[in-house]
Design a binder for this molecule. Structure first.
Ligand code: ZN
Length: 220
């Protein structure tokens, strides 16, 4: 049983997100068609992909990206005990483009005097977006350790909340998507484990991704 907070992100206006935070982890697009089977599994959980074309609204920073498309992959690095994690989704649009959505999620609350947030913009209750973790479900920063419950009653402006980071990239073909997903580490081009997981999932649902991702190279 897990009573971790849900971080709902409504992708289809008018359709309420559904979910059960006891034993079912809602990840990625966070709708009924896209949930992990259970919360007691691996670090990275693939969401269910139903192949249905839907209208989605994603964010690139604070800009909306709206499209009709199919969800190809939905994975998360969320696990018990972590306060920050990454969700990755891959979509194919109706027009044949590929979209990668990365969300850096945080459930952390700080005192405004905390060293970690001194140079950052204040993000109070009124600044929280509906899909961000609400104040009462936030967890205290280990450094400044605010008593969130008490301060929400007595002095809410003394708290500041970490924002989720949204990034959405659009590609005309799977080759350019794959190329852009590489990062350079120690002088080598690598794919991180969560990106590999997302590509594995997307490959199962889209032959174009599969052909690029599992490309064979012949060496004589
Ligand atoms: Zn802090």
């Amino acid at each position: 049983m897990s009573d971790k907070p849900l971080h709902l992100r409504v992708l289809e206006p008018g359709v309420p997100p559904t979910g059960d935070h006891r034993g079912t982890r809602i990840i990625g697009a966070r709708n009924a068609a896209n949930r992990a089977d259970s919360a007691d599994d691996e670090t990275l959980s693939p969401g269910k992909v139903d192949g249905v074309m839907r209208r989605y609204r994603l964010y690139n920073d604070r800009q909306s990206v709206i499209f009709e498309g199919t969800l190809l992959a939905s994975v998360t690095s969320e696990r018990d005990g972590v306060q920050r994690w990454t969700d990755i989704e891959i979509f194919r649009t109706k027009g044949g483009r590929f979209i990668v959505n990365k969300v850096g999620v945080s459930v952390v609350a700080h005192l405004i005097t905390c060293d970690e947030v001194k140079t950052k913009k204040y993000h109070g209750i009124a600044d929280l977006l509906p899909e961000e973790t609400p104040p009462e479900l936030r967890e205290p920063c280990p450094l400044c350790n605010p008593d969130i419950e008490l301060l929400l009653r007595t002095d809410p402006p003394s708290l500041t909340f970490e924002q989720d980071r949204h990034r959405t990239d659009t590609y005309t073909d799977p080759e350019s998507m794959l190329e852009d997903l590489y990062i350079v580490k120690g002088g080598k081009k690598i794919l991180t484990s969560i990106v590999l997981w997302a590509l594995d999932e997307a490959s199962k649902h889209d032959p174009l991704v599969e052909s690029v991702y599992n490309k064979e190279t012949y060496v004589d």
